[in-house]
Design a protein around this ligand. Structure first.
Ligand code: GCU
Length: 605
């Protein structure tokens, strides 16, 4: 077999099959957390991974104790060992390293994590190791054995460890590398902080030999009386019994799997209370096999577009939204918990929102489950952001893998109404093909939701034009526009002319401007709260007149960290376009938007 074949395989290996084996709904399973303190070793030269000839230890025929994944300890005072996890400092997991250690604030590179644990696995049980997310590239080893590699900082993955785990003294070692690369997703340039680390929950999942790995239980597209989907068993075989129960709907459906342990179903019901932001009805659903019962809480709603309208359960809606980054502004760190999600979604509720744009990558699962519960519609996106390497096949494979992991994890969440393929990507033939591939993949996994992307507008002879060809393939035409901040006059904004080349619902996925909370002056002085307030007033007047306008998600709920924002005394490493400061204090524009949403709510009720 020619050498180039192995190189090709090595390059795409990290993307193959991971989403196919992804275990969903882990919060309702038999799990043991590995959250907490982990020892770490900062390794900028990847000394624990490569020998001095820059050959990866885990690809050499001989095992070498110098490889950090061996967690090796000197057996006597003579032996040379130049690392020791147990005497190394610790980091909290989940969490980014940048906000935990001052020395690591700007650090981009490799850090090794180690966690020891004991686990008595009963007979006839299987064990899986699950990560909510690791930014960016993770190489995972258990007891010195490589489990695999995962690329992508915002989606989950798991490995089976049944045959490797020991009752006592397991050592789990993870090489985490958040180095930015041109061919990565995202690429080298982003307007958010490149938080590194094991940023979401880590858990052990104990399952029966045959277990429920994945399922989809949602309303059939355009049929509000039909619940349909599938159940997929891991290691399932022919004619396994599966029962889907929704007691409140008096549904008890008995099914039998095919030879691959999979079964599709359709269940009719005329009694469904449909999920919507005012009444976010969730049903207790259970899936039962001879070996386990798995519970979930699922809402049922239809979402579609009709000409220029977005219809939720058949009714035209306006998306009163706000954009959110996955950050806890007060802590100045990556958000990861239900409490963090509550901070953001409670602010959004206070604004009068019924919708949020989770930018620019899949946020943690706690956020989606909470959005289901409190009634917040969601735009979910993968980080195909700015100038991705659109001609690169591996980059496409990477983006496709992140997309399928996100959809696999979240497809049972009623709150998610829109999958977004990209943000502000420059139109070109390669880019269009890239995004079309993502759209086709999305439709092949989930055809029930709307598809969009954050496009850009251009100006010609004083007319704002949206004619990006990719708009043809999207259900909703969304674009970012920064009238009054990156160009255009605020005075003239209410009379601005727009030419949008698609008869589809229009959503303004971003608009806004920066303000340092507490800085006051006139509406003509940038960075003051008055300037931002006026910018919102004028943009709102303009947006209300845009043809087919059906929603917006201003940029952004709260100030967030960005290494691109360096203006001293104003930005100091923060993007200041938040309506709320990083101290949690609301700026004047917060109330401008709140008032507008109160008005719109009356119109679309
Ligand atoms: C862009 C981009 C955001 C960015 C924002 C800004 O449109 O999508 O990620 O933060 O503008 O410039 O503040």
């Amino acid at each position: 077999m020619h050498k180039s074949f192995f190189i090709k395989i090595a390059l795409i290996l990290p993307f193959i099959g991971l989403s196919q084996n992804l275990i969903i709904n882990t919060t309702n399973r038999n799990t043991t957390t590995l959250n907490g303190t982990w020892h770490y070793i900062v390794d900028p030269y990847q000394t624990g991974y490569y020998n001095y000839r820059h050959q990866p230890y885990d690809q050499l025929p001989e095992n070498n104790n110098a490889a950090f994944y061996n967690n090796y300890h000197a057996k006597n005072k003579m032996e040379l060992v130049e690392y020791n996890f147990d005497t190394s400092p610790t980091l909290l997991v989940p969490g980014d390293w940048n906000s935990q250690k001052e020395k690591l604030f700007y650090y981009e590179g490799t850090i090794w994590y180690k966690k020891s644990f004991d686990y008595n696995l009963p007979n006839k049980k299987r064990l899986f190791l699950y990560f909510g997310a690791i930014n960016y590239k993770a190489e995972v080893y258990l007891n010195g054995k490589k489990l695999g590699t995962h690329i992508g900082g915002f989606t989950p993955f798991n490995f089976e460890i049944t045959s490797i785990v020991k009752p006592v003294g397991n050592y789990l070692v993870v090489k985490v590398d958040n180095t930015r690369h041109k061919d990565a997703v995202p690429t080298t340039n982003t307007d958010w902080w490149n938080y590194g680390g094991i940023t979401r929950d880590v858990k052990l999942i104990e399952e029966p030999l045959t277990f429920i790995q994945d399922y989809n239980i949602q309303l059939k597209k355009n049929d509000k009386n039909s619940i349909n989907g599938y159940v997929k068993l891991n290691k399932g075989s022919k004619s396994e019994k599966v029962i889907i129960s929704i007691p409140e709907l008096k549904i008890e459906k008995q099914l039998t799997t095919d030879k691959d342990g999979k079964v599709k179903f359709e269940i009719k019901s005329k009694k469904i209370k449909y999920w919507n932001p005012k009444n976010p009805k969730l049903y207790d659903v259970s899936i039962k096999t001879d070996y386990q019962t798995l519970k979930d809480q699922i809402g049922f709603r239809t979402i579609e577009t009709k000409e220029s309208n977005i219809l939720l359960n058949g009714k035209s809606i306006f998306l009163r939204g706000i954009s959110i980054h996955e950050e806890n502004p007060m802590r100045g760190s990556r958000a990861y918990s239900t409490d963090d999600a509550l901070v953001a979604l409670n602010w959004a509720k206070e604004l009068g929102c019924n919708y949020v744009r989770l930018a620019h990558y899949p946020h943690n699962e706690h956020m989606l489950k909470l959005a289901d519960k409190i009634g917040m519609m969601v735009w979910e996106e993968i980080p195909v952001y700015w100038t991705i390497d659109f001609n690169n096949k591996n980059t496409l494979q990477n983006a496709e893998n992140q997309l399928s992991e996100a959809i696999t994890r979240d497809k049972n969440r009623a709150s998610i109404i829109i999958w977004s393929m990209a943000n502000e990507t420059p139109p070109s033939k390669a880019r269009n093909n890239f995004i079309k591939n993502l759209i086709n993949l999305t439709k092949s996994i989930d055809s029930t939701r709307l598809i969009s992307a954050a496009l850009e507008k251009h100006n010609s002879n004083g007319v704002n034009i949206v004619d990006d060809e990719i708009g043809k393939y999207l259900d909703i035409v969304a674009f970012n526009q920064y009238t009054g901040w990156y160009g255009g006059s605020l005075e003239d904004a209410p009379n601005a002319k727009w030419n949008i080349k698609f008869n589809k619902p229009v959503v303004i996925s971003e608009f806004g401007g920066g303000a340092l909370q507490g800085l006051h002056g006139t509406a003509k002085e940038r960075w003051t709260e008055e300037y931002q307030e006026y910018l919102y007033q004028q943009n709102i007047k303009m947006i209300e007149k845009i043809p087919n306008i059906r929603g917006m998600s201003p940029w952004i709920l709260a100030d967030f960290r960005s290494p691109k924002r360096v203006l001293p005394g104003i930005q100091d490493g923060w993007n200041r376009k938040g309506l709320i400061s990083n101290g949690g204090v609301k700026k004047k524009a917060f109330f401008t938007l709140k008032d507008f949403y109160k008005k719109i709510k009356k119109q679309y009720n």
